[in-house]
Design a protein around this ligand. Structure first.
Ligand code: IZC
Ligand code: ZN
Length: 414
C-alpha cells in the first residue's frame, strides 16, 4: 500500500504527553490504511515521497491531531436566544431554570421534535464542527428526560455516528434536570432513571458514559452519588457536571467515584482538585460557558495543572450556556480567560480530551500507530490560531486517513 503524505509543515504539534505540545518544525506526516505510519522533521524518507498516492504541501501551515470536543449537548430541539433579555437584566442561569426556562424549555422543544428533525439539526452542527477541525465529539442526552424521548435522542446520536465522518461518543444524561412531570419528586425520578432507563440504554448499547448535573436546585451531591453508583454498577463510565456555580464538593465526589472526567469546576475546592489528581480524573473545562454566563468567573486551570490534574477543554455546545460548535473560539477564551498557553490549549483539545472520552490509546496525538485524524490549519504556528480569533483557520481535515475537509470545504460522497 502506498502512503499519503503531508510535507513541509511549518509546525506539527504531536501532542504526545509530557511537557509541551511535542512540536516538530518543518516536518512531514505519512498515513497509510487510516493510520499514521511515520512522522518527523525535514523531508519524508525518499521511498515514501516517491510512492505517495497523495501529497499535501503544508508549507506555512500548522498540523495538529483532530480536535476532540469532549463535552457537548449535541442533540436538542430549538434554541434559547429569547432568554437574552433576561440574561442582560442579570437574571442568573439557575433562576431561569427555576422559572421553568433554561434546560426545561429545551426539553419541551426536544420532546416536540421527531428523531429525523433532531438528526437534521445535529447534522448541521456536526458539519460546522468538522469544518472547524473537530473529528471526535462527546454527545450527551438530557433534553428528553422521559423514556421515549431520551431513547430518541440517544438513537439519533448513534445513527449520526454511523452516517457522519465525526465519531460520536455517547453519554446518557437523564440526570440533567428533574422533568416537570416529576416536579417535587426527585426521588421518584432517580428511581425511574436507574431502574427503567439505564438498563435499557446499557442493554442496547446506546451510551458508554453517564453524566449527572450536580448543582444547587438540580441534583444534590447525595443524589448525584446514588445516581453515579447505580450507573457504575450497570457498567457505565462516569462523568459529572461538578462545582459549576455553587461549590458542592462535586470534584471530591468525582474523585471518590472514580469518574473518568469532571466538568466545569469553576468553584472546585483545593481538596476536590487534590482528589481528582489522586484518582486520575480528567478536568473538562468549558471557558466558552464562563464567557456566556457573564459572571467573569473561569476555572483555575493553572492551579489544576500544577496540582497534577489532566486538563481538557471543550465547547459545552448547548442551546443555553454555550451555543457554539467552534473549538477555535474556545481556544481564545481558554487563553484570555484561564491564561493557558497555546501549547497547553492544543493538548487540552487533543490528547487530554481523548482521556476524557477514554480513547487515548487510539486518538488525540500524532504518533505512529494512532488513527490518522489530522487537522491542517492555515496558520504559521499555534499562537496565531489563538491570537487571530473569531475566524476559521482550518484548511484540511483528515479523518481515519480520508480527506473530509479540503480548502475549508466538506468533501462530499465519501
Ligand atoms: O441547556 O443549559 N449547564 N446544562 C448544564 C447546561 C448548562 C445546558 C443547558
Ligand atoms: Zn454540560
Amino acid at each position: 500500500m502506498k502512503a499519503d503524505l503531508i510535507i513541509n509543515a511549518s509546525i506539527i504539534a504531536c501532542c504526545t504527553g509530557g511537557e509541551g505540545a511535542g512540536i516538530i518544525e518543518n516536518g512531514y506526516v505519512a498515513v497509510k490504511d487510516g493510520k499514521i505510519i511515520a512522522l518527523g522533521e525535514g523531508n519524508a524518507p525518499g521511498d515514501m515521497e516517491g510512492y505517495g498516492t497523495r501529497i499535501i504541501d503544508a508549507a506555512g501551515k500548522t498540523v495538529t491531531p483532530g480536535l476532540i470536543d469532549s463535552h457537548t449537548h449535541l442533540i436538542h430541539g430549538g434554541s434559547r436566544e429569547k432568554e437574552l433579555p433576561l440574561k442582560l437584566k442579570g437574571v442568573p442561569y439557575l433562576e431561569i431554570l427555576k422559572m421553568g426556562g433554561g434546560i426545561l424549555s429545551t426539553v419541551r422543544n426536544t420532546r416536540k421534535a421527531s428523531k429525523e428533525e433532531l438528526k437534521a439539526k445535529a447534522e448541521k452542527s456536526l458539519d460546522e464542527m468538522l469544518l472547524h477541525g473537530t473529528t471526535t465529539v462527546e454527545a450527551k442526552s438530557g433534553y428528553g428526560l422521559d423514556f421515549d424521548n431520551e431513547i430518541k435522542c440517544l438513537e439519533a446520536a448513534l445513527e449520526l455516528n454511523a452516517s457522519h465522518p465525526i465519531d460520536i461518543v455517547s453519554t446518557y444524561m437523564g440526570a440533567h434536570a428533574v422533568p416537570e412531570e416529576f416536579k417535587g419528586n426527585t426521588q421518584g425520578y432517580i428511581g425511574f432513571m436507574c431502574e427503567k432507563v439505564m438498563p435499557y440504554v446499557k442493554k442496547n448499547n446506546l451510551a458508554e458514559f453517564m453524566d449527572v448535573f450536580c448543582e444547587e436546585g438540580v441534583f444534590s451531591p447525595e443524589e448525584s452519588r446514588i445516581i453515579m453508583q447505580k450507573g457504575k454498577e450497570q457498567g457505565f463510565k462516569l462523568k459529572i457536571h461538578a462545582d459549576e456555580i455553587i461549590p458542592l464538593e462535586g470534584a471530591e465526589l468525582a474523585g471518590s467515584m472514580g469518574a473518568v472526567s469532571a466538568e466545569h469546576l469553576l468553584a472546585a475546592s483545593d481538596a476536590g482538585i487534590a482528589a481528582m489528581a489522586e484518582a486520575g480524573v480528567t478536568a473538562v473545562l468549558l471557558p466558552g460557558t464562563s464567557f456566556y454566563l457573564m459572571t467573569g468567573k473561569y476555572a483555575e486551570a493553572g492551579k489544576m495543572m500544577k496540582k497534577g490534574v489532566r486538563v481538557a477543554i471543550a465547547t459545552d455546545y448547548n442551546p443555553g450556556t454555550c451555543p457554539t460548535e467552534n473549538l477555535q473560539s474556545i481556544m481564545t477564551f481558554a487563553c484570555f480567560g484561564m491564561k493557558m498557553t497555546p501549547e497547553e490549549i492544543i493538548k487540552a483539545m487533543t490528547i487530554n480530551a481523548a482521556y476524557a472520552v477514554d480513547r487515548a490509546s487510539e486518538i488525540g496525538s500524532l504518533e505512529v500507530g494512532k488513527k490518522a485524524d489530522i487537522v491542517i490549519f492555515d496558520a504559521p504556528n499555534l499562537e496565531y490560531i489563538v491570537y487571530h480569533f473569531g475566524i476559521n483557520h482550518v484548511n484540511t481535515v483528515i479523518k481515519g486517513g480520508k480527506t473530509v475537509v479540503e480548502n475549508g470545504k466538506i468533501v462530499k460522497g465519501q
